[in-house]
Design a protein around this ligand. Structure first.
Ligand code: DOR
Ligand code: ZN
Length: 376
């Protein structure tokens, strides 16, 4: 159970939870990677770094080199995060490569992006799960490699275009079920699931081979929140959905069903790419305060109990066969309305910053109500 302390009036003062894990974090490369990586590693037990760099990570060698760079930053800072890798799904992946990945014990998954460029940051440089060959998926099953799936398509099978709000729904009802049925032993993680349909798909597989990560922003916000002063910083793909979807996500996350767990999709972009016209703004939320945001969501649901531990710290580790945090390896979340959003971070050599979700210069900010120290 997380250790929750309360004030005399019963309000939550602090929450101590086992060190959480994050199966989905972007750290980029170059100066941006140097700037953001400490924040993505801080307070994290196991992290899968996403291969969404330019060019994408498509070979075992490139992925290992990249992991080495992230580990170099980790070791310099004295952080203990277990950094894991994933390959960008593309048609050059062979069964042999899947075996090589598995042999590294550090590259644990293949990440599938939408097939078309423009659908999200870095999409259109590979193939989606449904175009992956049977022999590669067979090798993944045999070698215990997971498929982490960004499940969206922008047209129906008959060519009818789909609005952003409908893309994941269609994928979950008309695309993924066919792959699921054809490969029932494949371990699939629906990444950043946002819809009623995604929850139903996971619910519909009692084998436990299908799981789903849920971001803090999709637990806390809906499409109307784009009207907030910090609305552009909330823009990510899959796009924020409707109140009925958010309700389904909260229900799944707080149900105690261990197939649903945290995964942030924290995705840094320089502020020049996030400012201005909403339609043109880059997709991705920068979430150095991810633990505080999840705490807020679970507090609002009255579920700061063992279900929170599972969601944040145990379910992903258990599903991957990774060690749980030791009993004394904890993170303290304090109720703190004064400093609840970390400041923007500078990118060295660039006259720009990365802005956390909910932050504005004018002080017209999101109030999270919780904060966590990041020591590095
Ligand atoms: O909003 C998003 N940002 N969704 C993705 O799928 C990719 C990510 C990024 O890399 O910025
Ligand atoms: Zn992502």
């Amino acid at each position: 159970m997380p250790l929750v302390t309360t004030a005399d009036d019963g309000s939550v003062k602090s929450v101590k939870l086992p060190r959480p894990s994050n199966p989905h974090g972007h750290v980029r490369d170059g100066a941006l990677r140097e700037a953001v990586t400490p924040w993505v590693l801080a307070n994290t037990k196991h992290l899968i770094v996403m291969p969404n760099v330019d060019p994408p990570l498509k070979t075992v060698e490139a992925s290992l080199t990249y992991l080495g760079e992230v580990e170099r930053i980790r070791d310099r800072l004295g952080l203990g995060t277990n950094v894991l890798g994933t390959l960008y799904n593309h048609d050059g992946i062979t069964p042999k490569m899947i075996e090589q990945m598995a042999a590294t014990k550090r590259i644990v998954s293949v990440k599938c992006y939408p097939a078309k460029a423009g659908m999200t940051t870095g999409s259109g440089q590979g193939i989606p799960l449904e175009q992956t060959s049977d022999d590669v998926l067979r090798a993944a099953i045999d070698n215990n490699i997971v498929y982490q799936v960004h499940g969206e398509v922008d047209t129906m099978k008959d060519g009818t275009p789909l609005e952003p709000a409908m893309r994941e729904r269609y994928y979950m009802t008309d695309v993924l079920p066919y792959v699921r049925d054809a490969h029932p032993d494949l371990r699939i993680s629906v990444e950043h699931g946002t819809t009623v349909q995604a929850v139903r798909l996971v619910d519909g597989d009692p084998s436990g081979k299908t799981v789903m990560t849920i971001t803090p922003q999709h637990l806390l916000f809906v499409d109307d929140d784009f009207m907030q002063p910090w609305g552009n910083d909330l823009k990510c793909m899959p796009i924020l959905k409707w109140p009925t979807d958010r309700a389904a996500l909260i229900k799944a996350a707080t149900s105690g069903d261990r197939r649903f767990f945290a995964g942030t999709d924290t995705a840094p972009h320089p502020s020049r790419k996030k400012r201005g016209d909403f339609q043109l703004a880059a997709n991705g939320c920068w979430l150095p305060h991810w633990i505080s945001l999840y705490t807020q969501a679970f507090h609002a649901a009255g579920k700061l109990d063992s279900v929170f531990d599972d969601f944040m710290s145990y379910s992903f580790a258990d599903w991957m066969g990774l060690p749980r945090p030791e009993p004394d390896d904890t993170v303290l979340v304090t109720c703190d309305t004064a400093h609840d959003i970390p400041a923007p971070i500078n990118i060295e050599g660039e006259d720009d910053v990365v802005i956390p979700l909910g932050w504005t210069e004018t002080g017209n900010r999101l109030r999270v109500g919780f904060s966590v120290r990041a020591d590095f």
